[in-house]
Design a protein around this ligand. Structure first.
Ligand code: R2B
Ligand code: URA
Length: 308
């Protein structure tokens, strides 16, 4: 029979690749206002199995309230304190095995958050963690409100890579995501039957305006025809949505051994326009879709493992 140590060996842990960390007496997770000598991270987070991240702090609070109801954590339902209350950089909420964290907009913001989140999960000795980005995006050739589960995150040249400058040199990292997890999420959408979901490539850009071929930024040096040709090329290469964090998210999760997925709703069809003209109610309804899908997945996983 497997001993507890054997079982731990069979679990997948969260890896950091940094020999300098061992020399730190206290690891301060500055942007979370948490640290290894000020907080018992293992007691606080050791049971985390699912991490959901999204841009807006408010959306991530709504998500924890929603998933708490779905998982019937009735006693905790009314109040969820922000674990990062001492800072306004990011917000973090927890219920049972689910952690919900905001990441702000763009690669630099999510990258800082992920460095500290990965260290947090590592220090807390979490095992078998699944992480999902639930977000918004611009769609290509899809009815607004369609959810895209990312097959592969590509850059603005439609290549599946994330480039980071380290010590002045460009380092290229892979943006592979877990294909089985993407398929499981697609199946969850079929189970629910509430909205359309597709699997496709996601283009990750450095900017919302010129970086996404919009014509409505403060600056624009190209024509409508140039824009449409670029978006048509993106579509032909398999891109179905455009957002601003998936590449570094995929790259960092892969490096740390986290099972990861990107689930974004499309707010508009970029072939048809640039401005977000839908009502607040419609946009709010769309933004709930990744949450509903991911909550269904978490419930299904917990039921399957007999933990719910
Ligand atoms: C989607 O929406 C935000 C821009 O409005 C950005 O964070 C993203 O990836
Ligand atoms: N988020 C983006 O990054 N682009 C869009 O068009 C909509 C949301």
């Amino acid at each position: 029979m497997a001993t507890d140590d054997d079982k731990k060996d069979m679990c997948s842990t969260v890896h950091v690749h940094n020999p300098h960390l061992d020399a730190l007496k206290d690891d301060i997770l500055y942007h979370f206002n948490l640290g290894t000598s000020t907080h018992d991270l293992q007691a606080m987070f050791g049971d985390v199995k699912f991490v959901c991240v999204g841009g807006s702090p408010r959306r991530m609070k709504l998500f924890i309230e929603y998933i708490a109801g779905e998982l019937s954590f009735e006693d905790q339902k009314s109040e969820f304190p922000n674990i990062c209350a001492g800072t306004d950089r990011y917000a973090m909420y927890k219920v049972g095995p689910v952690l919900s964290v905001s990441h702000g907009m763009g690669i630099p913001s999510i990258s800082i958050m992920l460095h500290e989140l990965i260290k947090l999960l590592h220090h807390a000795q979490c095992t078998d963690v699944t992480i999902m980005r639930i977000g918004t995006s611009g769609g290509l050739g899809l009815e607004p409100g369609t959810v895209v589960v990312t097959k592969e995150s590509v850059d603005a040249s439609f290549l599946p890579k994330f480039e980071q400058v380290i010590l002045g040199k460009t380092v290229v990292r892979s943006t592979d995501l877990d294909q089985c997890l993407a398929d499981e999420l697609l199946q969850c959408s079929k189970d629910l039957g509430l909205f359309d979901t597709v699997i496709g490539k996601t283009m990750c850009t450095m900017d919302f305006y010129e970086g996404q071929a919009r014509l409505d930024g403060a600056f624009c040096s190209y024509s409508e025809k140039d824009k449409q040709e670029y978006l048509a090329k993106a579509y032909q290469s398999g891109v179905r949505n455009i957002e601003m964090e998936s590449s570094v998210f995929a790259a960092m999760c892969k490096l740390s051994g986290l099972r990861a997925a990107v689930v974004c709703v499309t707010l508009l069809d970029r072939h048809k326009g640039d401005q977000l003209t839908s009502s607040h109610e419609v946009l709010h309804n769309y933004q709930q879709r990744p949450q509903i899908l991911v909550a269904h997945f978490i419930k299904k996983m917990l039921n399957a493992s007999g933990q719910s």
